[in-house]
Design a protein around this ligand. Structure first.
Ligand code: TYM
Length: 326
């Protein structure tokens, strides 16, 4: 079976963008691929995190992965900092990565604007650590949202460069990006992607939001001028809501447009809220169960780390031999 690797940062609370763009797909492809899913705490600290909150959010992110239907018997689920080889390989890959490649990363440019105390080397280096995550496990495919495409592309560039210098060692991974849902936009500003770091809490629907809060957020969501409920480039807000509706209900957008022809935005939003609430019900039920079972969650990450470590150690041994690190 081909190998899949992907990760999520334990910063902020995961939202329906993370779910529809990535995690839902992670669960769906478990039968088809040999999957490894990681909570990337070392990536999260490229922006300051309060220690107690980071600790809690890391466990919460594991619960999110499990509640989304990822089965730790089938897939490896672990915490990045538990496997020291990620940092070790990142250092090695740093030595062959041109700074110019890192400076042109869109996410770096966006995040650097917010680092008022000066940009850290870690923030610039973020994509190299991500390349290490991916390359360490001979990954074939990386299921991510659109915003991570550039980082996966860079991991191919880094793999190629290493292979040219030291001989065939790393596979060049491909991004696995869904056509629909790869870029879910903010509910309050459809020109911005839905983001964990958004200050405006009405922009995101978090995966753990209550039904009442989901209804309230969708009620407040911005719409476009005109009354038509249709997916079109000049209707970015309604198009985004239709995408969310379609992915939670598994109905094609065309059918939803027909269903709401001649209906109001209010009626459409009530329908959407219902579909989102129902679409998250099973997930939220499982999440609540995991909340009551912290020992189980700790057991999963310990066993996940043991499996990941075996793979990572053997790859690092190969890398060091190829490079003459004795
Ligand atoms: P993170 O934690 O920002 O997001 C986790 C996943 O959710 C996707 N995503 C979205 N998809 C659709 N619409 C949105 N609005 C939206 N926002 C986020 C992301 O694309 C991602 O797939 N750098 C990664 C974590 C990472 C990683 C890796 C991923 C570290 N190492 C190795 C893959 C492979 C990140 O920050 O994801």
């Amino acid at each position: 079976m081909k190998r899949v690797f992907s990760g999520i940062q334990p910063s902020g609370t995961p939202h329906i963008g993370n779910y529809l763009g990535a995690i839902k797909n992670w669960a769906a492809i478990q039968e088809e691929y040999d999957c490894i899913y990681c909570v990337v705490d070392l990536h999260a600290i490229t922006v300051y995190q309060k220690p107690d909150i980071l600790r809690q959010k890391t466990i919460d992110a594991i619960k999110i992965i499990l509640a989304a239907g990822i089965d730790p018997e089938k897939s490896i689920v672990f915490v990045q900092s538990h496997i020291k080889e990620h940092s070790e390989l990142a250092w090695i890959l740093n030595t062959i990565t041109p700074i110019g490649e890192l400076e042109r990363m869109t996410q770096f440019k966006d995040k650097a604007k917010n680092q008022k105390a000066g940009v850290s080397a870690g923030l610039l280096d973020y994509p190299v650590l991500m390349a290490a995550d991916i390359l360490l496990y001979n990954t074939d495919a990386v299921p991510v949202g659109e915003d991570q495409r550039q980082h996966v592309e860079l991991s191919r560039v880094i793999a190629r460069k290493f292979n040219n210098l030291y001989g065939e060692t790393f596979k060049e991974p491909a991004e696995l990006i869904r056509k629909e849902g790869a870029r879910i936009m903010s509910l309050t500003d459809p020109t911005k992607k839905m983001s964990k770091s958004d200050e405006d809490k009405f922009g995101c629907i978090d995966l753990t939001d209550s039904p009442d809060l989901i209804r309230e957020k969708i009620k407040k969501a911005v719409t476009d001028s005109g009354k038509e409920i249709i997916s079109r480039p000049d209707k970015p807000a309604v198009s985004n809501l239709l995408t969310i509706y379609s992915l939670f209900s598994n109905q094609p957008i065309k059918e939803i447009e027909t269903k709401y022809e001649n209906k109001t935005y209010v009626e459409f939003k009530e329908g959407l809220a219902q579909v989102v609430i129902e679409g998250l019900a099973l997930f939220q039920e499982k999440y609540a169960e995991l909340d009551k079972n912290p020992e189980y969650v700790l057991k999963v990450i310990k066993e996940g780390a043991d499996k990941a470590r075996n793979l990572a150690e053997s790859k690092m041994k190969e890398v060091k031999e190829k490079m003459g690190l004795v």
